[in-house]
Design a protein around this ligand. Structure first.
Ligand SMILES: [Zn+2]
Length: 279
């Protein structure tokens, strides 16, 4: 079960199994930012019509909450691929960000930032080789098995043994809310073969796709043993999460997730049981 944190007015979550002194990890909710409706409120999307000053202010708030600076950020242009970027140094706001849907690093002090609205954030940490990664898996990244590819890239670049990896599958559109059409059904059956009936659930009126289970299957196939699934559905709580699907498919809602590797003691933050703010 993920642990809830409340700091500097922001609410975020941490994977219980990924609490290491040398590691900072967070999945931020949309609460506590500065943008008004419809971006309300911690919008980090720069191309969704929100005021750039507010977006910058949101980013500053988020960084402040976990004690980082924008100079430490590494980002990619997310394109629903299975491409993994090996990060050796921060690249924040440099022109021509690489196109990729996962980042991995074994360099301390780098913050890996990705943005989500319903897609699945997947966190990876190898406590033996001290290497970390984050992936973005919508249905496309899931059928391209970006979770599997990310593990393989960590093996290749950092010598990671998959059985040492601790992984987390974060908040995203859940199996109760994710209806899919024939294109997705076909792609899932092709990608998951005999396992398709573990991830697709036909109902009387529609078929639902379980992104959490699908990514878990990919991780297990790669040899990962330790997988924490948040079980939090973004479609069930649009107050707390940006949901591309629940909010009329308008693509102006961007949730975000930070994953970083640095010894700064943030795992010592007090635990809170519930969010007290107003939304
Ligand atoms: Zn739901």
């Amino acid at each position: 079960m993920m642990i809830t944190r409340n700091r500097a007015g922001l609410k975020y979550y941490q994977f219980e199994t990924l609490l290491f002194d040398e590691l900072t990890q967070a999945v931020f909710s949309r609460l506590g930012g500065t943008s008004p409706s419809p971006w309300k409120s911690l919008n980090l999307g720069g191309t969704v019509g929100d005021d750039p000053d507010r977006v910058q202010n949101n980013e500053d708030k988020l960084l402040g909450a976990i004690g980082y600076s924008s100079r430490q950020l590494s980002q990619v242009h997310q394109v629903h691929s299975a491409k993994v970027e090996v990060v050796a140094e921060p690249n924040n706001k440099q022109p021509g960000l690489p196109q990729a849907d996962a980042m991995i690093t074994n360099k301390p002090g780098i913050l890996l930032l990705m943005r989500y609205a319903d897609c699945v954030p997947i966190f990876f940490y190898d406590p033996v080789k001290k290497a970390a990664g984050i992936a973005h898996a919508g249905w496309q990244g899931t059928v391209k098995e970006i979770a599997f590819v990310t593990v393989k890239e960590m093996e290749k670049h950092f010598g990671t043994n998959p059985s040492d990896l601790i992984t987390g599958i974060g908040p995203s559109i859940g199996p109760d809310h994710y209806q899919v059409g024939i294109d997705v059904i076909d792609a899932v059956k092709k990608a998951f073969g005999d396992n398709w009936d573990r991830v697709l659930t036909p109902g009387p009126d529609d078929v639902k796709f379980n992104l959490w289970k699908a990514n878990e299957i990919s991780l297990r196939k790669a040899g990962v043993l330790d997988i924490e699934t948040a079980g939090i559905c973004t479609g069930c709580s649009v107050v707390e999460w940006f949901s591309h699907r629940r909010e009329n498919g308008k693509n102006w809602k961007i949730c975000c997730s930070y994953w970083a590797y640095l010894n700064n003691g943030y795992n010592e933050l007090p635990r809170i049981e519930s969010y007290q703010g107003t939304d």
